[in-house]
Write a protein that binds this ligand. Structure first.
Ligand code: BES
Ligand code: MN
Ligand code: ZN
Length: 492
């Protein structure tokens, strides 16, 4: 699907579907909408609004035949909801809905005008492009019969005002890049574990242009003292890979590290998961997919920031060499950990990755991980958990997340949450009891971060993979984190 902006009149466009938006309780049409209505012999004002009582409720649609009155074959009227409540996030959702609707009626060319929106055209362009590409995404490479036989060829934003048109173009360009990065992450996380192995993640990292990538192999991992990560990897026949990517511009304003949890399959290990919990565990590398995708997108934006992408990739399996409850592991910073539950493996792999990141002398570390079921219990599928040692950075990321269409909700890191992690035989255990599990996991990670580094932990367990479509109608892997992290890097 080609997404672009055209400096022209909407009603003159020849296309399969021409889209116009109507706010709730619109009585008289104006601007572009009015001119389309006039050309259609007041079909919209007289019939759709007055007779059929189309109220313009958010996401409601009405499809109209034009019978040759304008070059477009059909007009899709879409409800924008209440004018005061309309936001860029809602526009993104609408755009995805429009594309889904267009796919369902096998349209090839879609034209849309955003004439009378309240916010800046560059923002509109960005979110419309994002929404359209999100709506157009499907993971059907393994289906012999594809979901959408007819593809949308062109998705065109039409704007007659030249100044607005140029702003839209800037926005659309950025939106396309960000949406493509999301698809990159979603493709990786949707890929079954049999293919998306640690080796595959390492190969993906190696292929990214414009960055330096070093892969540490099994023996290196052991030699480097990553005893926690190494232990998790032992029960699997897949070789672990420690991936270090580095994007380094000549005079960086800041140095940051992004760490993604890269468990390519989490069976739970010897503390085996029940089948109902195991079934989506190919997505336990969603954090890694996000980091790989952000690293891959950097060269398109050329930010003046040094960015490290770090992934400790392995499987968590109950093979004959598997680590066992009761084992005592030594992490890279020499702290010791008693294994209480082999299913709390993510924090063990992240522990060593955090130590490694601190050694890179970065100013900030952000880790993103499908870490705890407790976070899913707390926040459901509507927000990711966020916590860390630097309130300013947490606040910034929450705000940027909100603007990006990704919601983060802060969870506490009170000292008391460490109580349950205390061990009789080692510096700590890897689990902290049943309650407050997302926070105790955060407290565990904190043990591996140097105090003078700003660190934020994102727990995306509930939002990385959706069984039911939400908001922009995303299903399956969501690519969560890509928008927030890219937008963050672009605002530093
Ligand atoms: N990968 C899981 C967390 C998870 C749960 C992700 C649900 C996505 C959806 C993680 O490794 C895990 O198993 N955590 C355990 C920790 C427990 C043993 C302390 C959990 O949350 O049950
Ligand atoms: Mn687990
Ligand atoms: Zn896991």
């Amino acid at each position: 699907m080609e997404t672009k902006v055209l400096n022209a009149q909407l009603k003159e466009q020849e296309c399969d579907i021409l889209v116009i938006g109507i706010y709730e309780k619109t009585e008289t049409l104006s601007g572009v909408t009015a001119s389309v209505d006039e050309a259609l012999g007041e079909l919209i004002s007289k019939f759709v609004i007055q007779k059929d009582k189309f109220e313009g409720k958010f996401k409601n649609t009405y499809l109209l035949q034009t019978y040759g009155k304008i070059p477009a074959n059909k007009v899709l009227i879409i409800g924008l909801g209440e004018k005061e409540k309309f936001t860029p996030n809602k526009l993104r959702e609408l755009s995805a809905k429009i594309v889904k609707k267009a796919l369902s009626v096998k349209a090839k060319k879609v034209c849309i005008d955003l004439g009378k929106l309240e916010f800046d055209a560059s923002i509109s362009g960005k979110v419309v492009a994002e929404g359209a590409l999100i709506g157009n995404y499907s993971f059907d490479k393994y289906k012999t019969k594809k979901e959408n036989e007819t593809k949308i060829e062109e998705f065109i934003l039409v704007e007659k005002d030249y100044e607005k048109f140029t702003k839209l173009e800037t926005g659309v360009d950025k939106g396309i890049k960000i949406a493509n990065a999301m698809s990159f992450a979603r493709n990786l996380a949707n890929e079954p574990a049999q293919y998306a192995t640690p080796t595959k993640l390492a190969e993906t990292a190696k292929k990214i242009e414009g960055i330096k990538t070093k892969i540490y192999e099994k023996d290196d991992i052991e030699k480097m003292g990553m005893g926690a990560f190494f232990a998790v990897s032992k029960g699997s026949c897949e070789f672990p890979k420690f991936i270090h990517m580095k994007y380094s511009p000549s005079n960086p304003k800041k140095k940051i590290a992004l760490i993604g949890k890269g468990i390519t399959f989490d069976s739970g290990g010897l503390d085996l998961k029940p089948s109902s919990s195991m079934v989506t565990m190919k997505d336990d590398m969603s954090g890694a997919a996000c980091v790989l995708s952000v690293m891959n997108a950097l060269r398109q934006f050329n930010p003046d920031i040094e960015v490290h992408g770090i992934i400790a990739a392995c499987e968590n399996m109950p093979g004959c060499a598997a680590y066992k409850p009761g084992d005592i592991l030594t992490a890279k910073n020499n702290k010791t950990i008693e294994v209480d539950n082999t299913d709390a493996e993510g924090r063990l792999t992240l522990a060593d990755a955090l130590c490694f990141a601190c050694e890179q002398e970065v100013d900030e570390i952000i880790d993103i991980a499908t870490l705890t079921g407790a976070c899913v219990v707390a926040l459901g599928t509507h927000a990711a958990g966020i916590m860390g040692n630097n309130q300013e950075l947490i606040d910034k990321l929450i705000k940027i997340g909100e603007d990006s269409g990704e919601r983060f909700w802060q969870l506490p890191m009170f000292e008391e949450y460490f109580e349950g992690l205390k061990s009789d035989v080692a510096d700590m255990k890897n689990t902290g009891g049943r309650w407050g599990g997302a926070s105790s996991a955060g407290m565990f990670l904190k043990e591996f971060v140097k105090d003078d580094v700003a660190w934020v932990h994102m727990d995306i367990a509930g939002v990385a993979f959706l069984e039911k479509p939400q908001k922009e109608l995303i299903k399956g892997a969501t690519g969560v984190g890509v928008r927030t992290l890219l937008n963050y890097i672009l605002t530093i």
